[in-house]
Ligand binder design. Structure first.
Ligand SMILES: Cc1cc2nc3c(=O)[nH]c(=O)nc-3n(C[C@H](O)[C@H](O)[C@H](O)COP(=O)(O)O)c2cc1C
Length: 326
């Protein structure tokens, strides 16, 4: 995830169990693009013990091929193409989710990258630009190009992040695709993760926001699948997670500035605070120093109260996940 899945975040995730593999923030490729050092570090300094895929976003075929070739010199698990980013600045340039409006161009890019990547080449897509009705045609394209994995965020670009997931579309892709399909969207706890797997038959899950809120989600899902007991997360666990995240990100920041760092932490805290008292989020949004940041965290989290497994349905950041439980 952009501005989230950097080296520090990956390391913290790993300390709580972590995913089977990571995907970098996207390298935003254009004609004169040179590889961003910060993103490259999550490949060259990845000591999580888990493989990392390098994700590309862009629409300039020669540039995409050039950057893919350069990245192949580093220890990556494979190259992933982003066809899902809904940010207007990206879509306007016909990159990310914007490419889904241009199926022919999308196919040319996939064909060119497949042709020039000897190792694993994967695609992360949404279901369409305007609507999931576009997915049948897109699926035909994906089927033609020998992908190693297709990851599907089960929404159109227009749906952004606020709707339930079209599980029927992912299930259809699982039936039609010759490669493994990974389901993505709205997994916030064990029940929604198992629900998404059951509804789609997908070979795996990709988890984004749910992992920022609760990094235990990966080990909890593994335990559930292995019929083992599932850890109950306490507020004091969250405090430990936040402290680790604060320190790890600080360690990886070359020009550390306390105020900037506290503001950066708020981005993560907005996810973590969902389901904790409203007053916690309210206060954390206003802190400006490390002292007040930690004081506020300790005031609300330094106790052994259990954290609800799911955030409230229709919280600011998470909604539509209840459909995965039925
Ligand atoms: C802050 C943020 C940044 C994201 N950046 C990326 C990205 O760089 N590449 C990508 O494929 N998806 C990105 N996504 C989308 C997520 O990977 C995922 O598809 C989406 O959030 C739905 O899954 P979730 O409900 O598990 O979060 C981003 C999402 C968020 C919230």
């Amino acid at each position: 995830m952009q501005d989230v899945t950097d080296l520090a975040f990956m390391r913290v995730m790993q300390q709580f169990g972590g995913p089977d593999y990571f995907v970098t923030e996207y390298f935003r490729v254009h004609t004169d693009y040179t590889i961003e050092k910060k993103i490259l570090r999550s490949i060259t300094e990845n000591n999580t013990g888990r493989p990392v895929y390098a994700q590309l976003i862009g629409q300039d075929i020669p540039a995409l091929k050039r950057i893919a070739k350069e990245l192949l010199q580093y220890p990556i698990a494979g190259i992933d193409l982003n066809l899902g980013c809904p940010a207007p600045v990206v879509c306007r340039k016909d990159a990310g989710g914007g490419l889904l409006r241009k199926p022919e161009k999308t196919e040319d890019i996939i064909a060119a990258l497949r042709d020039s990547i000897p190792g694993k080449f994967t695609v992360k897509t949404r279901l369409g630009f305007e609507s999931h009705d576009e997915f049948i045609q897109l699926l035909e394209i994906f089927r033609r190009h020998d992908l190693d994995t297709l990851t599907i965020h089960g929404r159109s670009v227009r749906e952004r992040y606020q709707t339930p997931i079209h599980t029927d579309c992912i299930r259809h892709a699982v039936e039609k695709m010759p490669c493994p399909v990974i389901a993505n969207g709205n997994v916030v706890d064990v029940e929604t993760g198992i629900g998404l797997l059951a509804k789609t038959n997908a070979q795996g899950l990709m988890i984004g926001r749910g992992a920022i809120r609760s990094p235990w989600i990966f080990s909890q899902l593994r335990a559930a699948i292995a019929n083992q007991s599932i850890k109950q997360v306490l507020r004091s666990d969250l405090l430990e997670y936040i402290t680790l995240l604060y320190q790890e990100i600080a360690t990886q920041t070359s020009d550390f500035d306390e105020t900037k760092h506290v503001h950066r932490m708020k981005k993560y805290l907005i996810y973590i605070a969902q389901g904790i008292d409203d007053e916690f989020e309210h206060q954390i949004r206003r802190v400006t120093s490390a002292d007040t940041f930690y004081l506020t965290c300790r005031e609300f989290l330094d106790n052994n109260e259990p954290v609800p497994s799911r955030p409230p349905e229709r919280s600011k950041i998470f909604c539509g996940f209840d459909a995965l439980r039925r």
